[in-house]
Design a binder for this molecule. Structure first.
Ligand SMILES: Nc1ncnc2c1ncn2[C@@H]1O[C@H](COP(=O)(O)OP(=O)(O)OP(=O)(O)O)[C@@H](O)[C@H]1O
Ligand SMILES: [Mg+2]
Length: 439
């Protein structure tokens, strides 16, 4: 049997269980001998009382016949009462006259401790003497002591059982709960990663476009430089300008790839101060192609003195990509002459929390849909276009950061409100860590 590991259990619970086990064990220890002693005493008193009363009634009859001299009739008194004496019992009988002097004494002397029962003898309704029976209760005391020893042993055993059994069950269920929570966390992380990769997949067209631009520029610059070299008319200045453009464009392409790499890597980033503006910019960059294609403008209303929030940069960016992406999906495909559609991102410090709102006017969320949008796999998008995981994962990410995420929809507009704990005064946001290798 494994040793009892109560390390996970709150010490107050351990104390309460220990005290309860101790109390029950003490009760068992005291109850067993006490119950026996009380029951044995009650039974002894009752039988002695019955026998003493019967003997007194025989004596009353005897006294009535011989009221003057009964107290001198020792042998006859004994003869009358012998039937009431329990043979071999540790009890002594005494018949006393009106002055308390013994008229007859018989039976064994009752050694201490003893109980004494007295019954009155009457002569014409007046008390004229007493029958007294004293019985030793040494046997009862002996059995009580024996049961007390057994009670101690039982109490010891029950203390161990009553303390260790609930603690063991508690420790086991807590361990199972911890394992379950660890599995759940792992599953949530995998789901978040899957959803993020799905988002990346969706953004692939945009990324291809983002990369295509610098690659086309690089190719053109390189071709022009090559032509110059082939013609043998190398102009150092224009050649240097073209090579510089090639470097610029290559950097731009690598920035795009870097961003995708960081965004796509598996979580595990530690919590720390992060800048809201950087997360919004990151999400906008990732969605640049989609926004442009759908004629959507992201308006940022971010106060310059907004403090950083405590959280993780990439997961927050993932949440914003989903919220802004959802707004884009709600606006739908743009017609050629559609005016620009707007997604507004506002942030404000409210108490010790930063509130971040993502607002669109794309038609709103129907009231019957609104209560279900945070449920995993809930989507109103056609098959293949939405996994329905975006909001449920965003909700998990924000609550894990100690924040809240809520949705509101009215008059054809939708607002998602995120609150996050503001970083303490003076905390500097960490630059996003781009050091991990590409997956
Ligand atoms: N800004 C919005 N306007 C209208 N409906 C929205 C908006 N944001 C979310 N919804 C509704 O909530 C649903 C759930 O959104 P969620 O982000 O969880 O999943 P999804 O966008 O459908 O799929 P995924 O995010 O996996 O691509 C959407 O299908 C849509 O019906
Ligand atoms: Mg979504």
């Amino acid at each position: 049997m494994r040793g009892l590991d109560t390390g996970r259990i709150d010490p107050r619970i351990v104390r309460v269980i220990t005290v309860l086990a101790l109390t029950v064990s003490l009760l068992i220890m005291v109850a067993l001998p006490t119950a026996y002693f009380v029951a044995a005493r009650v039974a002894t008193d009752a039988t002695l009382r019955a026998r003493a009363d019967s003997a007194a009634s025989v004596m009353t009859d005897f006294v009535t016949r011989n009221p003057e001299h009964w107290m001198f009739e020792n042998a006859r008194i004994r003869g009358r009462l012998t039937a009431f004496v329990e043979p071999g019992a540790p009890e002594q009988w005494r018949v006393l006259d009106g002055r308390g002097s013994p008229a007859a004494v018989f039976g064994q002397a009752a050694s201490s401790p003893a109980v004494t029962i007295t019954a009155d003898i009457y002569d014409s309704g007046v008390v004229t003497g007493q029958v007294q029976v004293s019985r030793s209760i040494q046997d009862i005391v002996g059995w009580t002591s024996f049961l007390a020893v057994i009670g101690i042993a039982l109490a010891g055993g029950s203390f161990i059982l009553l303390r260790s059994l609930p603690l063991r069950l508690l420790a086991e269920s807590m361990e199972r709960l911890a394992q379950f929570q660890a599995r759940e966390r792992e599953r949530a992380a995998q789901l978040a990663q899957a959803s993020k990769l799905a988002q990346l997949g969706e953004l692939a067209t945009g990324v291809a476009h983002e990369l295509n631009q610098p690659l086309t520029a690089i190719t053109l610059a390189a071709q022009n430089a090559l032509k110059q070299v082939e013609r043998g008319a190398v102009n150092q200045e224009t050649l240097a300008a073209r090579l510089d453009r090639i470097v610029q464009m290559a950097r731009r392409a690598s920035t795009v790839i870097d961003h995708m790499r960081v965004f796509g890597r598996m979580g595990g980033e530690p919590s720390g101060p992060i800048a809201i503006a950087a997360a919004v910019r990151g999400a906008r960059d990732l969605l640049a192609f989609k926004l442009q294609r759908q004629h959507i403008v992201v308006e940022e209303v971010l106060p310059p003195d907004l403090p950083p929030v405590i959280g993780q940069a990439v997961p927050l960016e993932q949440v914003l990509v989903n919220l802004i992406g959802n707004a884009c999906d709600a606006y739908g495909v743009a017609e050629e002459d559609d005016p620009a559609r707007v997604v507004t991102v506002t942030a404000a410090l409210e108490g010790d929390r930063v509130t971040l709102r993502v607002h669109d006017a794309a038609g709103g969320i129907p009231l019957d849909v609104l209560p279900r949008i945070f449920a995993p796999f809930f989507t109103t998008k056609p098959v293949g276009q939405g996994t329905g995981l975006g909001l449920s994962i965003s909700y998990g990410i924000i609550t894990d950061m100690g924040g809240t995420l809520a949705a509101d929809s009215a008059d054809g507009t939708t607002t998602f409100t995120i609150t996050l704990p503001a970083a303490p005064d003076g905390a500097q946001p960490a630059a996003p860590d781009r050091s991990l290798p590409a997956a």
